[in-house]
Ligand binder design. Structure first.
Ligand code: HEC
Length: 146
């Protein structure tokens, strides 16, 4: 009995050591989306005139969104459906191809903007009109409202 308790304690410690919360796909994908949200926030501030136009900020924000959204669909392995406060809808796993296509579409729209960078506040606003549609378009179906 005592030995079993010791072995149990070792097993628990081993699991906790091997898989830290930061490695979990639920945490990784939420972190990627957080970066997307912050980058969009920076672009919206410029489009609204709350922040002055800054080409370096625009480029960095677009690059973050592009990079994060490309890594995003890989963070949904079987077994990561719930947990870690994930807001992922079960529909993702039922329609993985469509989900991936929606992520790819955002990547394509952002890369098109990177290829032809907005040169002023109005340009950022126009780009956001195109890029921004992707957010709600995916969240509506694939992100649970909590
Ligand atoms: C391909 C689908 C898809 C697209 C496109 C998408 N999202 Fe998401 N987003 C999700 C899913 C799914 C979650 C929930 C992830 C989870 O909790 O596991 C999420 C979560 C988030 C979160 C919450 C992150 C956190 O802190 O937990 C933010 C912020 C966010 N998205 C912003 C955006 C913005 C801004 C855009 C558009 C530029 C966007 N998303 C485009 C699917 C998408």
């Amino acid at each position: 009995m005592k030995l079993r308790a010791v072995l149990f304690a070792i097993a628990i410690a081993g699991v906790a050591g091997a898989v830290t919360a930061a490695d979990e796909p639920q945490v990784l994908r939420q972190g990627l989306m957080k970066g997307v949200g912050q980058s969009m926030g920076a672009l919206v501030a410029i489009a609204k005139g709350e922040k002055p136009f800054d080409g370096a900020v625009v480029t960095a924000s677009l690059e973050t969104i592009s990079k994060n959204v490309k890594a995003f669909p890989d963070q949904f392995p079987a077994g990561s459906e719930t947990g870690m406060e994930s807001e992922a809808s079960p529909k993702i796993w039922e329609n993985m191809d469509d989900f991936k296509a929606k992520a790819a579409k955002l990547g394509t729209d952002v890369d098109a903007t990177l290829a032809q960078l907005p040169a002023d506040q109005a340009g950022v606003g126009a780009a956001l009109g195109i890029i921004g549609k992707n957010c709600g378009g995916c969240h509506e179906t694939y992100r649970l409202k909590k």
